[in-house]
Design a protein around this ligand. Structure first.
Ligand code: SF4
Length: 330
């Protein structure tokens, strides 16, 4: 069975954007692949190094978010990045094989640095594609499910692996070159129309939100501002609510757009439909969440057992890497 590596940074609870863009697909992939899920607490430090308490708390939040959407602990290997020594070791080895200039010119690094407002990048932030390559390769993952925006990271990782194999492999493949598994789901925008979603922006619906919270948030969503009265024809192409219908009410989406364009539905009713749809999706998640919140010890065991399995795989990998580099002493 081929292996995939996927996961989340532990910088806060996951929202519907994470679900639409990644988690929904992850639930399907767990039946087809040996699914490794990284709780990326070290990677979280690249941007949240001043908030270790948030990172620590988010480990359980993110784990429960993943379990609540239907990831089955008997099928997946969920592990904590900071517990995997192989990742740290490989990051050091790989850092010798990549130039600072190539990292500086990585388009994803440039975009993310701009988003975070960094002029002067930390060594850790700049090297994030290197540590990400270690995350992917420590377990010899075949595939990495990513959005298009993450492709430059994967390409950079593939180059590092190629360089390693060319230098030390003596004709053999020591480390597999990971492939991207592109997810073509459209990126969900914030309820306020902002392309970024997050707690500080207050524009996201969280997987842990209650029915009431969902209803209130959907009511506040930005619609077609030119549609003043119910008799005005609307334009769903510029409406946030319609983007959410596209993601979560696919069977009704065309019909809703048509009704909006012909002024056959008001924005209040349209939002009520959306709230109902989102709550329907979140309902089974809430049941599973309630179980895991009552059984936090079980969540801890899932992470510890997953980390043990990941460490076993990673230690074997590092051993063969060190042997290839002739820095192995038996
Ligand atoms: S009817 Fe729906 S899609 Fe049209 S503007 Fe109102 S909320 Fe948006």
């Amino acid at each position: 069975m081929n292996r995939i590596l996927t996961g989340d940074r532990t910088t806060g609870k996951l929202h519907l954007g994470h679900y639409a863009g990644s988690l929904q697909n992850r639930v399907k992939l767990q039946d087809e692949y040996d699914t490794f899920i990284i709780l990326a607490d070290v990677q979280a430090l690249t941007t949240h190094f001043e908030r270790p308490e948030l990172i620590r708390k988010s480990i359980y939040d993110v784990a429960i978010d993943n379990l609540s959407v239907g990831l089955d602990p008997n099928k997946i290997t969920m592990f904590l990045q900071s517990k995997i020594n192989a990742i740290a070791e490989l990051t050091v080895f790989y850092s010798m094989l990549v130039s600072v200039n190539s990292l500086r010119h990585n388009p994803t690094i440039k975009t993310e640095a701009k988003q975070y407002g960094y002029d002067d990048l930390s060594y850790g932030f700049l090297g994030y594609p290197v540590s990400q390559t270690a995350d992917i390769t420590f377990c010899n993952a075949d595939l990495v499910p990513v959005g298009e925006d993450q492709l430059p990271h994967i390409e950079q990782g593939r180059k590092i692996v190629r360089r390693f194999n060319d230098l030390y492999g003596k004709g053999k493949v020591i480390i597999k070159e990971p492939q991207a598994l592109i997810s073509n789901t459209p990126r969900l925008i914030g309820l306020d129309g902002n392309s970024k979603m997050g707690k500080s922006l207050g524009n996201a619906i969280y997987l842990s939100d209650t029915v009431e919270e969902v209803n209130i948030k959907v009511k506040s969503a930005i619609t077609d501002k030119n549609r003043i009265s119910i008799k005005d024809k609307g334009n769903p192409d510029i409406c946030t609510v319609s983007k959410y219908h596209q993601a979560f009410s696919r069977d009704e989406y065309e019909n809703i757009c048509e009704m909006c364009r012909n002024a056959n539905i008001g924005c209040v009713a349209c939002k009520e439909l959306l709230s109902k749809r989102i709550n329907l999706i979140l309902e089974p998640f809430r049941e599973r969440r309630a179980y895991y919140e009552e059984h936090l010890g079980e969540v801890g065991d899932i992470i510890v057992n997953g980390s043990e399995r990941a460490n076993k795989v990673g230690n074997e990998m590092v051993e063969s890497v060190k042997k290839a580099m002739s820095i192995y002493i038996s």
